[in-house]
Design a protein around this ligand. Structure first.
Ligand SMILES: [Zn+2]
Length: 167
């Protein structure tokens, strides 16, 4: 039952991303100009009819993305520490093979790769004009990872001589 919980969270996250993706496709055609942009030096130019929909509404490494990516990295690190903690208390990893989680350097590299992949996908979404989805990807990633880390720490320790319910 508990083992299926983690898979369920993963499926839910993927479905959630899919819903946001579908929503972003509907809203991406309506690209309203942001009032928070600095003054455009070409604004006084009489050639005002140039389409501005293609311009990004923010730079990729803006404050919000830096915070979100930092959050993803922090919770990925917590996922690493919580998984190691859980394994040290006699519990078993469900999603990854034991060979991966038993290799500290390999497991840390996997967590770093997951963070880098998330940033990379955000960049693709940014470049293709899906700015809301770009943010929601990081928000969903760090939320699911935070839930997993909290769950890992909350699991009861396994004591030999008892069953998986601790009885
Ligand atoms: Zn963007």
């Amino acid at each position: 039952m508990r083992q299926n919980m983690r898979k369920l969270v993963l499926v839910f996250a993927l479905l959630f991303c899919g819903c946001i993706g579908a929503q972003a496709q509907f809203t991406s055609t309506v690209n309203e100009p942001s009032s928070g942009l600095p003054a455009d030096p070409g604004a006084s130019n009489p050639a005002m009819d140039t389409p501005q929909e293609d311009l990004p509404t923010h730079t990729f490494w803006d404050k919000e993305n830096v915070l979100l990516f930092s959050g993803v990295a922090v919770f990925r690190a917590l996922d690493y520490t919580s998984t190691k903690n859980m394994l040290a208390r006699g519990r078993g990893e469900i999603l990854l093979p034991d060979d991966v989680v038993d290799n500290s350097a390999g497991f840390a590299a996997l967590e770093a790769a997951a963070t880098a992949t998330s940033i990379g996908i955000s960049y693709v979404l940014h470049r293709t004009g899906h700015h809301k989805l770009e943010r929601w990807l990081s928000i969903t990633h760090l939320s699911v990872t935070a839930f997993g880390a909290a769950r890992n720490y909350a699991l009861k320790s396994y004591h030999p001589g008892t069953n998986s319910r601790g009885i």
